[in-house]
Design a protein around this ligand. Structure first.
Ligand code: GTP
Ligand code: MG
Length: 533
């Protein structure tokens, strides 16, 4: 098959939203309908029920929330799908935002009882800035929900985007019966299955089909017909170009836990979502058909398989063809490396892969020098600069209470830092050996401690550090200029992982005071992206 055909069949997308809207549940159901699992697991798996493929980490199962993004590659209906489930909690947003750099479109999940929640709104903004096409799934229609017309209006009003309902809910809450597909003018009435483990049996028919009519009470039927008429009079048409440009979102209604509307979402999404497009690199476009292989690492995860205890670097292929054993240029080390251990990833399962094409996410094992953001390519002129970094807002020292386990502690922490689970800062002129951890949110500390213990057998103790604000100093500032700075009480100079100097402040006020007393020294609230030598 030609590379053009291979590219055309790739669909690489992330599922995003505010916590608890049902991303992981929907992911599992897409796997069920996509034929990648035979029996759907559940996020809150009880006895004799399996857990979801996506939330495979121990802590995720325990807490019932997603902590880390998951890659799932599978084939369905002629497509090769690379699906990425993301955590919704804002403390893990670094991971989620990195994933957004690696996908070509997103499915935004909304809890129909709640409408657009704050984290969804933030993620939406990032997608809009990147021009990523957005598909919307209005989930949990099996619960008392907001009026669907209001939900559509909310999308348009709050997000300032066009919204086109592709299907429409029939009833809601306990009386939620299914959805009306506006493209084929067919009613899809579903039956619930125990625990939603299997596909929901469905009856499909026209709106006046006696079989369909016989299954609906008058109130539900009349309400649906009325709403559909209102939509028709509004006269909006599905605008593919607007969807591709991220200016309009196709909206699907359903219930992930009950499997209602999942098939329609999957098929509708595949039909209208984009295949991999050119990537912009320093102002020039790199087409996926470019003969040079290129891609960038957007995620690193260690210990995914307790049997192997190794680390996987996830790379998104952007151009050319990947072949196992090929030799590529590694941007960070500027060295040539041979990629011999490449894998197709499905949750925490892996399988050797011999070739991959633009859009694919593959896992590379055995390269300790690979870091998040690195480019791998056969054309050293290609260097992607995609990965965003975040300003930490929580700071803590991490102590090792057990000197006998010093090695495990050091090793584990080093590994987790390389994964980007958390950031670290190094205080200037300090004799303290305890690392200062810097997080976007405090749940990250918990994950570090839990993983140190479960994956490296190392205990740890947190001690709150007195700062809450970090600001970057100009990168070209000299060491003696650092000595000359006038620091407010409690402020300290430190270095980030790229050796860029920062100032830690107790509060915003203190940082403003610094700006007034150190005229000409500009502080940046955003991390400096490049490393200083
Ligand atoms: N009633 C109802 N509950 C649902 C539905 N879909 C998901 N849930 C429940 O909502 C809760 C959260 O679901 P998850 O799939 O873990 O949500 P998530 O968006 O992945 O959450 P995070 O990854 O932690 O942000 C779970 O208890 C699900 O069983 C649905 O269609 N109806
Ligand atoms: Mg989840």
């Amino acid at each position: 098959m030609s590379i053009t055909k291979e590219i055309a069949k790739r669909r690489t997308f992330a599922i995003i939203s505010h916590p608890d809207a049902g991303k992981t549940t929907l992911t599992e159901k897409l796997l069920l309908y996509g034929g990648a699992v035979q029996l759907a697991g559940s996020v809150t798996a009880r006895k004799n029920q399996r857990a979801t493929t996506s939330d495979w980490m121990e802590l995720e199962k325990k807490r019932g929330i997603s902590i880390s993004s998951t890659v799932l590659q599978f084939d369905y209906d002629g497509y090769r799908i690379n699906l990425l489930d993301t955590p919704g909690h804002k403390d893990f947003s670094e991971d989620t935002y990195r994933v957004l750099t690696a996908v070509d479109s997103v499915v935004m999940v909304i809890d129909s009882a709640k409408g657009i929640e704050p984290q969804t709104r933030k993620l939406f903004e990032v997608c809009r800035q990147r021009g990523v096409p957005i598909f919307t799934f209005m989930n949990k229609c099996d619960r008392p929900m907001k009026n669907p017309l209001e939900l559509i209006d909310e999308l348009e009003r709050v997000l300032g985007i066009g919204a086109f309902p592709v299907n429409w809910p029939i009833g809601d809450g306990f009386d939620f019966r299914g959805v009306y597909d506006r493209q084929s003018s067919q009613m899809h009435l579903f039956e619930r299955t125990v625990g939603g483990q299997y596909r929901a049996p469905v009856t499909v028919g026209g709106i006046n089909d006696p079989m369909v009519r016989g299954q609906l009470d008058d109130v539900t039927f009349n309400k649906t017909v009325e709403e559909l008429e209102m939509l028709e009079t509004a006269g909006e048409v599905f605008d593919d170009a607007a969807v591709q440009a991220g200016k309009s979102t196709p909206v699907f209604f359903g219930s992930a836990s009950n499997n209602f509307g999942v098939q329609l979402l999957l098929d509708g999404f595949l039909k209208h979502s984009p295949a991999p497009k050119p990537r912009v690199m320093a102002g020039t476009e790199i087409s996926p058909e470019n003969p040079a292989f290129s891609g960038f690492i957007f995620k690193i995860q260690a210990n995914m398989d307790p049997k192997h205890r190794d680390r996987i670097a996830f790379i998104r292929v952007c151009s050319g063809k990947f072949e196992r054993d090929m030799t590529v240029h590694h941007s960070r080390s500027e060295k040539k490396v041979r990629l011999s251990s490449s894998h197709k990833i499905f949750g925490n399962e892996r399988e050797t892969v011999d070739e991959a094409y633009p859009g694919d996410v593959i896992g590379l094992v055995g390269h300790d020098s690979f870091g998040i953001g690195d480019t791998l390519t056969t054309d050293p002129k290609i260097v992607y600069k995609e990965i965003p970094r975040f300003t930490p807002e929580a700071f803590s020292y991490l102590h090792n209470p057990n000197t006998a386990k010093y090695k495990q502690f050091r090793q584990g922490l080093e590994q987790l830092l390389q994964e980007g689970v958390i950031q670290a800062l190094y205080l200037r002129n300090s004799s303290i050996k305890t690392p200062l951890l810097a997080a976007v949110g405090p749940l990250q500390f918990e994950v570090v401690q839990y993983r140190l213990e479960s994956e490296y057998g190392a205990e740890s103790r947190l001690e709150a550090a007195p700062w809450s604000v970090v600001r970057w100093l100009p990168t070209d500032i000299k060491e003696d200029a650092l000595d000359a700075l006038s620091l407010p009480t409690g402020a300290r100079i430190a270095y980030d992982i790229g050796k860029n100097p920062v100032v830690l402040f107790q509060n915003e006020w203190s940082s403003n005071y610094f700006t007034e007393t150190n005229k000409g020294v500009e502080l940046s609230a955003l991390p400096i992206q490049t490393a200083r030598e």
